[in-house]
Design a protein. Structure first.
Length: 399
């Protein structure tokens, strides 16, 4: 008995140096290859992350629907998901049928009135010394950017097309026709790419929402057996964080859009429906989105007549309205809604958004906030909790 106990408590032999070196090289090489592949496939990663967000939205809505109807009927996960998808499609169809025509009409008015509003605003600014300086500096910056762009896109002097004296009218027309075809091909390619990306997000998100456990098991199979319990806790924590963040953002978008639209309508500001819708969609991008959403109504109101005020007074009132809305959103709405999600540090979020904008463009700005929330949730589960045998309290929710 004593001999067997001694064998059980005997220390394990040390790992040879050669094996440790090979293990380290393998880990570093695998990480480097993963980073390179992630960079090459960064657009696929962005679309896949948006598909995950869409799946979280569908699954969360289905669970909420089953919870609401639990006293009437008990719905299976597949039935609740199908019913929620039907409700979602009906809501989108109703919005398109009733609201999109008005939004499109006001959007056309926006395209027509915005240049005139900018011109009237420029004339008003030129009436003061600081306004004149501001306009001149802005025009100098625009002229510099325009000249740089023209120099980068203008053909060289050695090119036969660049010399109008050596080319006939037919060749110029051919060049213009080729340019037109090139632009049309670019637009068609962009449209097809956008449609394919949208279909990828919709169908991939739907497949993920139908059976999320299948994909979770697939991820856990890639983890060594002794770490699968902890990996399962991390996946649950990230999933719940994304669900609460997304639901909170949707509720905040709805509240901000309603407040902005109703407030602009009360003030008599132009295009309250389209500007309120713009404020709602801009709320999905924290910090940067509200600033963009407030700038356009303020510029439009600076040269318009409202119900009570007009001109600069109306612009000040619109700006105060958006400041009040954003204060309510930042200090009341978001803390109440997102109390179960990860609190995102503003400095970290802004830095991540700018970095994502430089690397991925507008798509990176959209996914920056939920991506940071996911990473912080995973790190919180791994570092803060730290015990593989413990589950975070937020993970103890019914599946």
């Amino acid at each position: 008995m004593a001999a067997s106990q001694d064998r059980e408590t005997a220390p394990e032999p040390p790992i040879p140096l050669r094996n440790r070196v090979l293990y380290t090289v393998a880990v570093v090489g695998t990480a480097a290859i993963a980073v390179i592949l992630l960079w090459w496939l960064r657009w696929v990663f962005c679309l896949a992350f948006l598909a995950i967000l869409f799946a979280v939205f569908l699954r969360g809505g289905a669970d909420l629907l089953a919870y609401v109807l639990r006293r009437v009927v008990v719905l299976k996960p597949a039935v609740s998901l199908g019913l929620f998808c039907l409700i979602f499609v009906a809501a989108v169809a109703g919005f398109v049928y009733y609201a999109v025509p008005s939004i499109a009409e006001q959007g056309g008015q926006l395209r027509e009135e915005l240049p005139a509003s900018m011109e009237r605003l420029e004339n008003q600014l030129r009436q003061s010394r600081w306004g004149t300086w501001l306009v001149e500096e802005g025009e100098a910056i625009v002229d510099q950017v325009r000249s740089t762009t023209r120099a980068a896109t203008q053909p060289s002097e050695d090119s036969p097309v660049a010399d109008p004296q050596s080319s006939s009218g037919q060749s110029v027309s051919g060049s213009q026709l080729a340019t037109l075809f090139r632009h049309a091909a670019g637009w068609a390619t962009s449209a097809v790419t956008a449609i394919v990306a949208l279909l990828f997000i919709l169908f991939t998100g739907l497949y993920l929402a139908v059976d999320p456990a299948l994909y979770q098991r697939g991820i856990l199979w890639l983890v060594p057996p002794r770490g699968r319990r902890k990996a399962d806790c991390v996946l649950k924590r990230v999933g719940h964080t994304l669900r609460y963040w997304l639901m909170g953002q949707l509720v905040a978008m709805l509240i901000v859009g309603l407040l902005a639209g109703v407030g602009l309508w009360i003030l008599g500001a132009p295009l309250p429906l389209v500007l309120g819708t713009l404020a709602a969609f801009a709320e999905f991008v924290p910090n940067l989105g509200p600033f963009i959403a407030a700038s356009l109504p303020t510029v439009m109101a600076a040269t318009s007549e409202g119900r009570f005020l007009d001109g600069p007074s109306l612009a000040v009132a619109v700006l105060i309205l958006f400041l009040i809305i954003q204060s309510l959103e930042s200090y009341v709405i978001t803390p109440i809604i997102q109390q179960r999600a990860v609190e995102l540090p503003p400095a970290l979020l802004i830095t991540t958004q700018l970095a994502a904008a430089l690397l991925l463009g507008p798509l990176g700005v959209i996914i920056a906030a939920p991506l940071v929330a996911s990473v912080m949730a995973a790190l919180s589960e791994v570092v803060v909790v730290g015990d593989p045998d413990r589950e975070h309290p937020k993970d103890r929710v019914p599946a």
